[in-house]
Design a protein around this ligand. Sequence first.
Ligand SMILES: *[C@@H]1O[C@H](CO)[C@@H](O)[C@H](O)[C@H]1NC(C)=O
Length: 184
Amino acid sequence: MPVLLISSFLAFCTNGQLQPLAAQTGPFQVTVLSSPLTSLVGQDVNACGEHFFLDTTAGGCTFCAFGSCATFTNTTVFFPGGFNLMDTMVPGGQQYFVGPDGALSYTAPHSAAIPPGSSFDIEAFQGGLFVPANSNGWLACPVPGPSQQIFANLNGVVFPANCVSVSLAVNAVPSGTVGAYEYV
Ligand SMILES: *[C@@H]1O[C@H](CO)[C@@H](O)[C@H](O)[C@H]1NC(C)=O
């Protein structure tokens, strides 16, 4: 029997009716809300090398040689706007998606290339969760260095036994924030 998970981070109750939370429309950061590995809770999800990682220090791998570099926060900021965009200034933009191996990923600057079998179906709820569709939530998997990589727990993909589940929260940042000129 399927288990129906009702979380206050996906929906809220009014007059006895369950209402879905609204979609996040402005820029936001993503942070670990809960995990059996409690040391991960509160860590930010950072972009680097076209993938996403948890770590306690860096704001992500960013580059700026053009425009108002000093105004960029150099942190990993998402900007859904219906197009799964990262919050950048680079012409053409950068999009986030789930790759066929489950890896939460983003496109390289000046490229729209995504691997076949990727999915853009990721929801971000205002004051709620960041959720991958068609999967069993997110996983954090250890990678070399003091870091964990973020994957959607896709059906049909086998993950290492040392991956742990994480739920990810949407943390809105002020309108007008630009995370980076581009993520590299
Ligand atoms: C972000 O990095 C750029 C250089 O790429 C720098 O000019 C700017 O001051 C940095 N922003 C912050 C908030 O540190």
